[in-house]
Write a protein that binds this ligand. Structure first.
Ligand SMILES: NC(=O)C1=CN([C@@H]2O[C@H](COP(=O)(O)OP(=O)(O)OC[C@H]3O[C@@H](n4cnc5c(N)ncnc54)[C@H](OP(=O)(O)O)[C@@H]3O)[C@@H](O)[C@H]2O)C=CC1
Ligand SMILES: O=C(CO)COP(=O)(O)O
Length: 314
């Protein structure tokens, strides 16, 4: 039995993917009445839940599971952990971001809140809708305890959902968090009509920034070059299916954006900009995105600030 906390797009997609393979899955959400009744998720374009997925509003349903996948927005994770007495001993963070209060990633936050639990992170290039449709996807499963990581890799992989393993949790956390910030910047550039060449420049300099921060925080460069970093950067910066990219596009084009949509890069830009200042690490793209989303600079000033940086070696 596998538990999934969060019946949004990603949690539901994971439940569908695992349920389709015959796993028994319990999917928890705080307001799951309509989903339990219709067994169709509107967030996933009407995908139907397999019979092996049970929808529940009772958190105690998570206690007898082999692992619980936590698919909540990053800024909701700390409050959820504080407010719940969930007893599950294996927790897999499925969110991307940096917590604004503690400036840590989701797996680190969970390890601190549940020191006795085995904690892992599932991250990488994957749109929930693709997973729910059964399209091939490869993800990173990061767990500091490699034996536990191997068990989870076997448990959660399916023929179309391939999990690659690493023990570098920090690197995987940072890749997933930072690519959303760079995707907002990429969307802004395209929305403002600055062209594909500018997007490629921004992605490349953004990637350099991701690696710089990750190395300073003890991560491995090769993790950033993998699915959870480079892979997800390419997907998110290159597709209008991405909410972070679309949010940036609306900023750049000066068009409205639905405020109820989950856009993890906004809070993460604020958190990472603070982290950069605290650690004395130069993060110009992140600082620009943080200033832009908070309205501290306008678009032309943001672009100008990147174009007028001193010329330097690559
Ligand atoms: N969507 C995607 O393609 C992918 C998403 N992810 C990551 O998954 C995480 C979740 O995103 P996603 O599922 O897309 O987001 P959604 O906006 O689709 O869903 C978020 C879910 O979290 C619930 N939620 C929000 N706040 C709380 C809270 N305080 N307590 C309990 N439940 C809460 C919402 O419940 P309610 O409906 O009641 O508000 C909703 O069910 C993010 O970190 C995202 O980056 C990762 C890979 C792919
Ligand atoms: O993380 C994702 C793809 O890997 C989903 O991206 P968005 O949250 O920008 O939609």
């Amino acid at each position: 039995m596998i538990g999934v906390v969060g019946a949004g797009a990603f949690g539901t997609a994971l439940a569908v993917a695992l349920g389709r393979e015959g796993y028994k899955v319990r999917l928890w959400g705080r307001d799951v009445g309509p989903l339990a009744a219709s067994r169709m998720s509107d967030r996933l374009g009407g995908v139907r839940l397999p019979d092996s997925v049970t929808v529940t509003a009772e958190l105690s349903a998570m206690d007898q599971t082999e692992a619980v996948l936590l698919a909540l927005p990053m800024q909701a994770v700390a409050g959820f952990l504080r407010g719940s007495d969930m007893q599950a001993q294996t927790l897999v963070a499925c969110c991307k971001g940096v917590d604004l209060q503690t400036l840590t990633g989701p797996a680190t936050l969970m390890s601190q809140a549940r020191p006795k639990a085995t904690v892992a992170l599932l991250t990488g290039p994957s749109f929930a809708a693709d997973i729910a449709r059964g399209l091939p996807t490869a993800l990173t499963l990061a767990c500091a305890d490699d034996a536990a990581g191997q068990r989870l890799q076997r448990l959660l992989s399916t023929p179309v959902l391939r999990l690659y393993r690493t023990v570098d949790v920090t690197g995987a956390e940072l890749g997933g968090a930072l690519k959303n910030v760079i995707a907002i910047a990429a969307g802004t550039v395209i929305g403002a009509g600055l062209g594909e060449s500018a997007r490629a420049a921004l992605m490349t300099r953004g990637y350099a920034e991701m690696v710089r921060l990750a190395l300073a925080l003890g991560a491995r460069a090769e993790t950033l070059a993998g699915l959870s970093g480079f892979g997800d950067l390419v997907l998110t910066c290159g597709s209008a299916q991405s909410r972070n990219f679309s949010y940036g596009h609306a900023l750049g084009a000066g068009t409205p954006f639905n405020a109820s949509v989950t856009v993890e890069g906004v809070a993460t830009a604020r958190a990472v900009a603070r982290l950069g200042i605290e650690r004395g690490i130069d993060l110009p793209v992140t600082a620009m995105v943080a200033a832009l989303v908070d309205g501290r600079i306008d678009l032309s000033a943001a672009i100008q600030s990147l174009l007028t940086r001193p010329l330097k070696a690559e």
